[in-house]
Design a binder for this molecule. Structure first.
Ligand SMILES: [Zn+2]
Ligand SMILES: [Zn+2]
Length: 263
């Protein structure tokens, strides 16, 4: 069974030509789910052939602009392209107000149902979505607004063990969510800063390369992808050099890269 993620945007709050704002499409045997929808995600969906109208389930980590400002545009384009199928949007509380306001003040008419699922739990790990192929769970992260990490678990056929993929962005260093993601096959963590900016990372509730690598180590993850890279870092190999002594199986995400969730 195919299980992989396609990174649409690997940058932090300020988009650059090299790195767009957060967004990725997780594909489990043809079922595609969008995680985060920063500005310009709809264009990235097309650039990387992710079939816009096939996206029926969207998960937003938090309501900072670099994670959801692309959503009104994506939904508008889905409508303009003739969508009739409903869409499910999972996000922290506030997403309904934000989207409905954008749709109302712009005089837009959306010809399909948007089903809002606002997340409010402040502790624990809850199953929020399930179908025949997978289960998605959400757990709180440590950030300046309510933020959720997502764990995607496949439902295997036959004797194969279930692979698990966790996406955690944005978060400051905390070990609170590690019990939920122990032993994940693939972990995608934010790493906004390098080690030299550790005090800034602590203040702004983001992670450094070393902190992210430490979290991956403590989670007993099998593989790590670092994303949400600040625009100030132009040389990803230098970030990688800080992470790999702690967690060797690390890669720096790049826009357009695909990462398979290996057994
Ligand atoms: Zn962010
Ligand atoms: Zn944020």
């Amino acid at each position: 069974m195919n299980f992989y993620t396609t990174i649409l945007g690997s940058g932090a709050a300020l988009p650059t030509i090299a790195r767009h704002c957060s967004g990725q499409v997780v594909n489990i045997n043809g079922f595609r789910m969008l995680f985060d929808c920063g500005e310009n995600t709809q264009t990235q969906v097309r650039v990387y052939h992710q079939k816009m109208q096939a996206l029926a389930t969207i998960f937003i980590t938090h309501l900072h602009g670099d994670h959801f400002f692309g959503l009104p545009g994506l939904i508008s384009s889905m409508h303009l392209c003739g969508r009739k199928d409903p869409i499910d949007v999972f996000a922290p509380k506030g997403i309904r107000q934000a989207l409905e306001t954008m749709i109302a003040v712009s005089g837009s008419h959306i010809d399909f149902e948007i089903r809002y699922h606002e997340l409010t739990h402040t502790e624990g790990c809850e199953t929020i979505f399930e179908n025949l192929r997978c289960r998605v769970k959400a757990f709180p992260l440590l950030h300046s607004v309510p933020t959720y990490g997502y764990l995607i678990e496949e439902k295997p056929r036959g004797q194969n063990p279930a692979r698990r993929y966790a996406y955690c962005s944005d978060t400051g260093y905390t070990e609170s969510f590690l019990p939920y993601i122990q032993g994940v096959n693939l972990l995608c963590l934010e790493s906004t800063f390098n080690h030299a900016f550790e005090s800034v990372a602590i203040e702004k509730l983001h992670c450094t390369t070393k902190q992210a690598a430490t979290l991956a180590l403590k989670a007993n993850a099998k593989q790590l992808i670092l994303t949400h890279i600040s625009a100030r870092f132009k040389e990803p190999e230098k970030l990688l050099a800080e992470a790999t002594p702690i967690f060797p199986n690390t890669q720096i995400a790049a826009d357009g890269s695909q990462y398979e969730v290996h057994y």
